[in-house]
Each structure stands twice: as structure tokens, then as C-alpha cells.
Design a protein around this ligand. Structure first.
Ligand code: BGC
Length: 761
């Protein structure tokens, strides 16, 4: 429906009808206005499958939903580093939504994995904003290509579950812009999600649901968002403030309470009715976009999607360690599968994203026909491994050529609604792994978890395969990877620190009582570990393969560019092994010499590409970098800014393995506003050529004041005390007013004022 028609429709509505439209009919539906023929639409969780509830609704995954397909969760799909694949997964989800008459799928969830402790990390993509943005954008494009909306969530700074409905995320703007916003920004600019879901938390004290800066200034005015904003379920505190701020739809229903408050506020002159109209307009625009493109006869082939989910899951798995090339296993060998997760894998997380799967395939079932024996090893429900279970596991391991222990985090350890309190796996599983590894030198660990875990046994096992939460077909994928039908190609979308205490947010995460300070700032994940030169268990971007790749011939299309230009990064990658495989070429940018922007990470991911290669094959890959690859957020201009100078471009297959390096000069076309005064120091003033020229006479005066008078004998001790470095530092850090003190009499206040006027002109 054209916007003019929507406006005409709104003009015919009573204030009560309009206010009614601004909240849900129930848990999952928007309201209809039958008198005017305005239809109802349904939304549903999300993000990696459909949680459509027919009967009792809830936002915690408690009541049943329809039988559906659970694809791998975002923690896993991010590891694929393959946006094209995610777009296809989105298309499948979009078709399922059309089949089920769903107007919006509630996802993707793009909050940054700030700490391994966040209970919802399994639903989030990465610690890196660029990777998160790319993956989210692809998923949105895929779903929306089927004329079904998405709801990118949770906007914003919702990186913990602790006190999730009241906590304030207190963060400086640079960090918000560089770390916590980019995924939302990229998705809005490149894929226009139909809706955005605001988060529960406050941001610097103001609830996201009533935050005009967030919902209007940034989201709409800066980024050009055209859809509607809905609240997370129950995230509304002050509905009237929310309407003014740009929160269009309150979810779920407020039982009419908040609708009446909106009506009363308009009648009392406290809320301009135009805000109410605007919310209605944005909601109806999306309602009709879906209604006019609804295709309920779209088929939903769940069997085909089960297989698709397996293929995706296999491409997400990260081979963390593979000593002596123990993997892939040989199908002719006797193999022991140990651990309950082999039979009943943990493949999705608890809470609102929980899918009622039409089928699940565990590894034991998937390995039928192979020489695989299975023993339970531990009990998930009891969180224990009895002596008998361990003894049975040891016996099975001794008999087999290799033992594969399926381990990870049970639901109770990691879920929506609360955070983890430590980074350890269940003690019983650690004990089991140690015992099995002692019994069989060829021990492999498969992990099911949504976030990093400590691995005290890492030196004792030969291989570790990180499967994350790989969806309902994860068993198929695991067996295909373990036995070499699929060559693993996932790479870590986050750093695995050695221990929790190493994580940069460790001292501040959680926060009591009112909120959490994001004091580590921009140094999240590898941005911190790299800067601190810290050892980690596995670095960001790491992932092994059954083949080997060689990177060569790094070329930049220009040696120097302006910040308005782009530069192409070209590199050759060759499969030097004996199997077909997929490489993930990663491009990191670092500022080699920042002065104004001195506080920066060593390197940041700014481009990547997944490349499939046959044995011996090589391909040339080209990726493009633009201004944002070099820029930082500057509050003084309220914009992105590149500091002129040299930048490094590093290429390789993980943040810690970057064999290729080039450099490029980038020249800024934007000058930061600057104003010098008597307290500006010489070092800063002298970086400005114009200011330096004007300052010259003063600098000479000062130099003279500091140079020892040759007529006076300088004691040996004094000569040693004032080294050249010290002299330079003294001058560098000297405020301009120093001229008045140290070259007294030679410079007057008036002269200083006149000089500053000229410099600042
Ligand atoms: C979650 C959202 C979810 C909503 C509806 C909330 O508790 O935070 O991610 O979409 O419930 O189930």
C-alpha cells in the first residue's frame, strides 16, 4: 500500500484505535482494526528457526511451538565466515515463514560477545563487529528476499543477561560506535531490516525503549532506517516517552494499560498526536508489505531443510587442534563415541530461540553402518560421571583405534535469562576426558557450546572439533567432518582465552547494582589480547583444515589514497594439500603511526572471503577497503575520521597468523576542528604546519631560554642531567604559556593573544 493511502487510513482512525495499534494484540500478533479492514499480522522467534506458538504464548521458550527445523545458532554460523551460505539459510527461513503466515522472524541477534559469560552468547555471532555485521546482513537479505521481515535485535548494548531488564550499559560513544553499533548500522544501511527490536537494558541510564538518541537520531536520521521499532517482550517502562522516542510497537500486549496512557497523554497535551500517527504509519507500512506479498502456498520441505542444516553445520565446525593429523578418522577403524552428547547432542540454546524440532540427528545415529561403539560417559541431567561410567568409557577407549569424547555445556550452564558464573565445562566431563585420554592416545574431543570454555586437558588430547550449537542435524555434520566426508572450514568468531580472568571485561562485567561499565572500551576480544601480547588458548579467526593453504602475492591497488577513495586488496591463495577445502582469507588493518588516534587496537578485521579450492588449485581474491576500514569515531566532529598516515594491511588465516603484510598511506580530507590556547602544548601545536610557521619566533625564544648560556660554565653533573631527550621532552610538553614564564620579558600577553588569534584563524 502506498504511504499516502496508509496516511488516509490513519486519518480515519480514532485516537483510541491508533493508540491500540501501538501494542500487540497478544503475545505474537499486531492488532487489527476490523472497522477499516486493517489486518492482523503475526511475528515469531527466531532467529535460527521458527518458534511459532499456536496456543499459549510465552517469550521464554516454555510452551510448545509448532514442529520446525532448527538451523545452527549464530555462534556456529558466524564461524562459517560465509555470508553467501547464511543468505541461503535466510531464504529457507523466509520460505518457511511464508508457509506459516509469519510476517516477521525475530532475529538476527547481533549483540557483541563481550564476555564468555553472557548466557545468550550462543545466539550471538562474534566478538567482532565487522564479522557480526556481515553475517547479520546476509541473513536479513536472505529472509527478506522472500518478502518476510526480520527484527535485528537487541538494539543495543545488550551483552549480558544479568539484571537484563533493568541494568544500564554505561559506555562511551566511541566504543558504542566502533564496537556495539556497527552490526546494526551495516545491516540497516545494506539490508534495511523491516523491523528493529530494542533491548531491555538502559544505555547510559536511559532505557533503550524510550531513548530518542538511539531510536530516532541514530537509527533513523543517521542510518536511514525505514521500518518499525518494536520493544523486546516487556521492555517498555514509560510508554509515552517511548512513543516520542520512536518506539513504534510495544510487545507483547499491555492489556490496554499503556494504550490508555498514550490516549490520556495526547488529550492532556503532553504528547503530540503526530507521534502516534507516525508510529501507526510505520507499523502499517510493514503490515501491508507482508500482507500484499503473502504466499501461504509456499511449500516447506522440512526434510530438505534437515539436510541443508547438516551441510551448513558442517561448514561451521572449527577444527581447533589436529595433532599428527589424527582427523579425519578412517571408516575402516573401530571408533568409540563417548559422552551423552554423542547420542543427544546439545545443538540449540534455552529460551526464546528454542525450536521444537521435527527431527534431531545425533552423531551415534549418523554413524550407523560405521564401526562405532557408544557409551554414555556422563549424565547431563545429573551433571555427574559415575565411576562405572568412567570405567566403561575407559574400557571402550582401550578397545578402539580412536576415542571421540562428545562434551560441552549442558543447557543449565548456558541459557537466555542468566549468565554463566565461570568458564569451565562440567567437572565430570573434564574428568572423563582426562581418563579417556590416558587410556587411548588417539583421543578427540567434540565440543557443543555457545561460548568459550577452559580446556585444562588440551595438552592431553590429539584433536578438538568445536561444533558450537550446530542445529538439529549436527550429528550428521559431525560424523561427516570426523570421517572426512567434509573438510572442516570454520574459523573462530571469537578468542578462546586461557582462563576467564584474562578476558578484558572480567573486572567490570555484570555490574552491581544499577549497571555495568564498559570500561574496557574498544578493547574487546582480540583487540585486547593482541594489544596486551597475551597468550590465548585459540586466537580469533583460527581454524584448521585437512588440507593446507598458502597465501602469497599480496597487492594493494594503490600505495596511497585519500579517505574518499577505496583500495583493492588482492591476494593469491593456493591449496597445497591433497584434499579439496575452503580457506578463509582474512584482512586486518592497523594504524601504523597514529598520533591523535593513538589508542587503537593493533589490528582489526576489515574484510574476509571464503574460497573453495581443489588440491593444487590457486585463486586470486580481491577485497575492497573503504574509509571505514581506516577510520575511528571522533566525538568532536561526531563522525568517522581517518588520521592521515601509514596503515598496515595484514592477510592470513587467523588474527595470529598473518604471513602477508603491506602498507598504505591514507590521507584525510577532513580536518579535525582545533583551537589552541595558552595551555596547548608545543608538541601538539607543532604538528600543525600553519601554526608552526606562526609560532616560529616564539619557539626560537623558548629554545634560547633553554639553551645553556656558553658564557656560564655548566657543571658536569648538570650537563649529564639534561640529556637531549629530556630537553626535547621538556619542550614538547611545555604549554605555550611557558614562553611567558621562561622567556620572561621577551614576550607579552598581548603578543601571545595576537599569535593565538592568527593560529586559530
Ligand atoms: C527475547 C527476544 C525474543 C522475545 C520474544 C525476549 O525475551 O529477549 O529475543 O524475541 O523474548 O520471544
Amino acid at each position: 500500500m502506498k504511504i499516502e493511502e496508509i496516511r488516509k487510513l490513519i486519518a480515519q482512525m480514532t485516537l483510541e484505535e491508533k493508540a491500540g495499534l501501538l501494542s500487540g494484540e497478544d503475545f505474537w500478533h499486531t492488532k487489527a482494526v476490523e472497522r477499516l479492514g486493517v489486518p492482523q499480522t503475526m511475528v515469531s522467534d527466531g532467529p535460527h528457526g521458527l518458534r511459532k506458538q499456536d496456543l499459549e504464548g510465552d517469550h521464554l521458550g516454555i510452551n510448545d511451538s509448532i514442529k520446525a527445523v532448527c538451523f545452527p545458532a549464530a555462534s556456529a554460523t558466524a564461524a562459517s565466515f560465509d555470508p553467501d551460505m547464511l543468505e541461503k539459510m535466510g531464504e529457507a527461513l523466509g520460505e518457511s515463514c511464508q508457509h506459516e503466515k509469519l510476517s516477521v522472524l525475530l532475529g538476527p541477534a547481533v549483540n557483541i560477545k563481550r564476555s564468555p559469560l553472557c548466557g545468550r552468547n550462543f545466539e550471538y555471532f562474534s566478538e567482532d563487529p565487522y564479522l557480526t555485521g556481515k553475517m547479520a546482513t546476509a541473513l536479513i537479505k536472505g529472509i527478506q528476499s522472500k518478502n518476510v521481515g526480520t527484527s535485528i535485535k537487541h538494539f543495543a548494548l545488550n551483552s549480558q543477561e544479568h539484571r537484563r531488564m533493568s541494568s544500564s550499559s554505561d559506555c562511551d560513544e566511541r566504543t558504542i560506535r566502533e564496537i556495539y553499533f556497527p552490526a546494526f548500522e551495516m545491516a540497516v544501511k545494506e539490508a534495511q531490516p523491516w523491523t528493529v527490536m530494542c533491548s531491555y537494558n538502559r544505555i547510559n541510564g536511559v532505557f533503550a525503549s524510550e531513548n530518542p538518541w538511539l531510536l530516532t537520531d541514530v537509527l533513523r536520521k543517521e542510518w536511514g532506517f525505514e521500518g518499525y521499532v518494536m520493544s523486546d517482550w516487556g521492555a517498555v517502562s514509560n510508554r509515552v516517552e517511548g512513543v516520542k522516542a520512536g518506539l513504534d510497537l510495544e510487545m507483547p500486549a499491555s492489556g490496554g494499560v499503556n494504550d490508555r496512557k498514550v490516549v490520556a497523554a495526547v488529550k492532556a497535551g503532553k504528547l503530540d498526536e503526530k507521534y502516534v500517527d507516525l508510529c501507526c504509519e510505520r507499523i502499517l507500512n510493514i503490515v501491508y508489505r507482508y500482507i500484499e506479498n503473502a504466499k501461504p502456498d509456499t511449500p516447506w520441505d522440512k526434510e530438505a531443510q534437515h539436510e541443508m542444516a547438516a551441510e551448513i553445520a558442517a561448514d561451521c565446525m572449527v577444527l581447533l587442534k589436529n595433532e599428527d593429523g589424527i582427523l579425519p578418522l578412517d571408516k575402516a577403524d573401530e571408533i568409540a563415541f563417548i559422552g551423552e552428547f554423542a547420542e543427544k547432542p546439545r545443538f540449540q540454546g534455552g529460551g526464546s530461540s528454542h525450536i521444537n524440532c521435527f527431527r534431531t540427528t545425533g552423531a551415534v545415529e549418523a554413524a550407523k553402518g560405521l564401526k562405532v561403539t557408544y557409551v554414555s560417559g556422563y549424565s547431563v541431567a545429573k551433571d555427574e560421571a559415575t565411576d562405572a561410567q568412567i570405567a566403561e568409557a575407559v574400557a571402550a577407549a582401550k578397545k578402539a583405534k580412536a576415542a571421540v569424547v562428545f562434551a560441552g555445556l549442558p543447557d543449565s550452564y548456558e541459557s537466555e535469562g542468566y549468565d554463566r558464573s565461570h568458564m569451565r565445562m562440567p567437572e565430570c566431563q573434564n574428568r572423563l576426558i582426562e581418563a579417556v585420554a590416558a587410556a587411548n592416545p588417539n583421543t578427540v574431543v567434540v565440543l557443543h557450546n555457545g561460548s568459550p570454555v577452559e580446556m585444562p586437558w588440551i595438552g592431553k588430547v590429539k584433536a578438538v572439533l568445536e561444533a558450537y550449537l550446530g542445529g538439529q542435524s549436527v550429528g550428521l555434520a559431525t560424523v561427516r567432518v570426523l570421517f572426512g566426508d567434509v573438510n572442516p572450514s570454520g574459523h573462530l568468531p571469537e578468542t578462546f582465552p586461557i582462563k576467564l580472568e584474562d578476558n578484558p571485561s572480567y573486572l567490570f562485567y555484570g555490574g552491581e547494582p544499577a549497571g555495568t561499565d564498559y570500561r574496557e572500551g574498544i578493547f574487546v576480544g582480540y583487540r585486547y589480547y593482541d594489544k596486551k601480547k597475551m597468550d590465548v588458548l585459540f586466537p580469533f579467526g583460527h581454524g584448521l583444515s585437512y588440507t593446507t593453504f598458502e597465501y602469497s602475492n599480496l597487492k594493494l591497488s594503490a600505495a596511497s589514497i585519500k579517505d574518499t577513495d577505496t583500495v583493492d586488496v588482492t591476494v593469491t591463495v593456493k591449496n597445497t594439500g591433497k584434499r579439496a577445502g575452503k580457506a578463509v582469507v582474512q584482512v586486518y588493518v592497523g594504524d601504523a603511526e597514529g598520533y591523535v588516534n593513538a589508542i587503537r587496537p593493533v589490528r582489526e578485521l576489515k574484510a574476509f572471503r571464503k574460497v573453495a579450492l581443489e588440491p593444487g588449485e590457486s585463486k586470486e581474491v580481491t577485497m575492497t577497503l573503504c574509509k571505514r576500514a581506516f577510520a575511528t569515531w571522533r566525538n568532536e566532529i561526531h563522525d568517522w575520521w581517518v588520521e592521515s598516515g601509514e596503515f598496515t594491511v595484514e592477510v592470513g588465516d587467523s588474527s595470529a597468523n598473518l604471513p602477508l603484510k603491506a602498507s598504505i598511506q591514507v590521507e584525510s580530507t577532513v580536518e579535525l576542528p582545533r583551537k589552541f590556547d595558552v595551555n596547548s602544548i608545543f608538541m601538539d601545536v607543532m604538528r600543525d604546519p600553519k601554526a608552526t610557521a606562526i609560532m616560529k619566533p616564539f619557539i626560537d625564544q623558548l629554545m634560547a631560554a633553554f639553551s645553556p648560556d656558553p658564557s656560564e660554565a655548566v657543571s658536569e653533573a648538570a650537563g649529564e642531567a639534561i640529556s637531549e631527550d629530556m630537553g626535547a621532552a621538556m619542550l614538547n610538553y611545555m604549554p605555550l604559556r611557558g614562553v611567558l614564564s621562561f622567556a620572561a620579558g621577551k614576550v607579552s600577553d598581548e603578543m601571545m593573544e595576537e599569535m593565538l588569534r592568527k593560529i586559530n584563524e
